[in-house]
Design a protein around this ligand. Structure first.
Ligand code: ATP
Length: 504
């Protein structure tokens, strides 16, 4: 069994080998933390976006969509606070010359202690019948000590981040004995702030042209369109605006494949509510978003909430949905109660009133906002890494199978004539033409059938339909299921309906 690091490497290699993800500009040796989605990747990515859009826009009568431009007026980023405060604390190791995020070094250190706790618990689970985890956490000396360490570091870390205490962060890194993974030394520079926005110039002449930014989040496009949508859509509170689009961040450290990219895609929804009702809606969206993840059939133990210790000055509640990636639990989605900060700031900087008229109280006010924000690429990595499975079969052979949730799989069905003769390819083409109207279908007639099944397993196709000689006699085909490898015959005429039932 591969360890987690090995497993992650295998996942990255698989993503490339099977046309899901390629390094950007590969023939020029790539571009750091930028990736391209290949023929299968783009399908999976589109399906993720569609699954989100349906859940947010189609299933909510009070949520509408938006597609705002990436370039926006530069004052927007002043108003939102990004020009002054969209910073990460960076630190360099003087020996390896490698750059790190100071906060990530500390979080990784905490994660290591939490891993030790998990190991103790795993061991105990194997040792004792009727294992009571809560009691064990309270009574086992080692676990209690580790937990106390975690709590202490977390409290101090949150305080340092809240106070923007860069010297304090460095002192904590030194005190915890955190070493550079490359050089193994503790020879650190001071911690400095680094702004993550990419700047460029608008206009064909750079002289005197305005500096504009590639948006670091899609949310501001929603806020500056609040009034347009509220008025033209005749919206009533509470209502939401959803958007999917590219975002850009000049990340200091971007080493975890598509987990942290410099160009990525976000799916964000801002939900506008009456002031005073925001915490109720925050709770609603926390549960609703977690349910969206669970509905994919990925077991619940892979998700957890992580409430923020450090609240942004404008937020009055914030949580992350964390996912168990191959490198540990990390943020997948953020849910934030942003008060009326953004709209108020845009009122101030634009001089335009961004208010809702509430007929119930006959009053104008700036609505409060709950935001849900998830990275498409991070979601891709979550489902892809969870789906990646290597199995040993009864006959001792192995197979690699992507157990993707069927609704996200790039192709739903593969049509495979058993041999490339005897009229089977012709029937295969007819079946393909019939199914393609309802599903993404692949047609393949090269190689032995076993190898073709393995290729479909490797890209996560839930169903293979095989045409054989019996098909010519009775118009039935063999359906083979990806996960169980079970096979059964169905009449061609029933295929569409049966597959639809199964895919639902
Ligand atoms: P992190 O702490 O990991 O840097 P963040 O708290 O800055 O993330 P948000 O600003 O809340 O992230 O962005 C919302 C979502 O966008 C994240 O939950 C994540 O899924 C995604 N995201 C943010 N930065 C990146 C990135 N560099 N690459 C890929 N996805 C990202």
């Amino acid at each position: 069994m591969a360890n987690n690091e090995e497993l992650f490497k295998q996942i990255i290699a698989h993503a490339k080998e099977y046309g899901f993800i390629f390094p950007s500009s590969e023939i020029y040796d790539g571009l750091s933390a930028v990736y391209d989605y290949g023929q299968n990747g783009v399908e999976l990515k589109n399906n993720i976006k569609q699954y989100w859009w349906k859940a947010m826009v189609q299933y909510h009568e009070n949520i509408v969509g938006l597609d705002s431009a990436i370039f926006m007026h530069p004052t927007i980023w002043k108003a939102s606070g990004h020009v002054d405060a969209f910073n990460d604390p960076l630190i360099d190791n003087k020996d390896s010359k490698k750059r790190y995020r100071a906060d990530v070094l500390i979080e990784d250190h905490i994660q290591k202690i939490e891993d030790k706790i998990d190991k103790e618990i795993e061991k105990a689970k194997k040792r004792f019948n009727n294992f009571d985890e809560t009691l064990y956490r309270q009574t086992n000396t080692r676990v209690v000590q580790y937990q106390a360490q975690v709590d202490d570091i977390r409290t101090r870390f949150a305080e340092l981040m809240n106070n923007n205490d860069l010297a304090g962060l460095k002192a904590l890194i030194e005190e915890l004995g955190i070493v550079c993974p490359i050089s193994g030394t503790r020879n650190w520079t001071d911690v400095r702030q680094f702004n993550l926005m990419f700047a460029t110039k608008l206009g064909s002449v750079s002289d005197g042209a305005d500096t504009i930014y590639l948006r670091p989040e899609t949310a501001q496009g929603i806020f500056v369109n609040f009034l347009n949508i509220y008025k033209t859509g005749r919206m009533k509170l509470p209502f939401g605006i959803a958007q999917i689009g590219k975002a850009f961040r000049n990340e200091i450290v971007a080493r975890q494949f598509i987990f942290r990219m410099r160009e990525f895609e976000q799916m964000e929804m801002q939900f506008f509510v009456k002031p005073g009702e925001e915490l109720k809606w925050f709770e609603y969206w926390k549960q609703t978003r977690l349910q969206w993840h669970k509905d994919l059939g990925i077991p619940a133990e892979n998700y957890r909430f992580h409430d923020h210790e450090k609240l942004a000055h404008y937020a009055n509640a914030a949580t992350d949905i964390e996912f168990k990636f191959p490198f540990g639990f990390k943020e997948l989605e953020g849910i934030h109660s942003r008060t009326n900060f953004d709209l108020s700031q845009h009122e101030k900087y634009s001089g335009k009133k961004l208010r809702y008229f509430d007929p119930e109280v006959n009053e104008n006010y700036v609505p409060y906002v709950i935001e849900t924000s998830i990275g498409v690429d991070r979601m891709f990595l979550a489902v892809f890494s969870h789906a990646f499975t290597e199995e040993t079969l009864e006959d001792g052979s192995t197979r690699t199978v992507l157990r993707l949730p069927a609704k996200l799989a790039p192709y739903k069905v593969a049509v495979l004539p058993l041999v490339k003769k005897d009229g089977l390819p012709e029937i295969g083409q007819e079946v393909f033409d019939m199914l393609k109207k309802d599903f993404m279908v692949q047609y393949e007639d090269k190689d032995a059938i076993g190898r073709r099944y393995r290729r479909q397993d490797a890209i996560g196709t839930p169903f293979c339909v095989t045409i054989d000689n019996q098909t010519k006699e009775d118009n039935t085909v063999t359906v083979r299921e990806r996960d169980t490898m079970a096979q059964y015959r169905l009449p061609i005429a029933d295929l569409t309906v049966e597959l639809m039932k199964k895919l639902r």
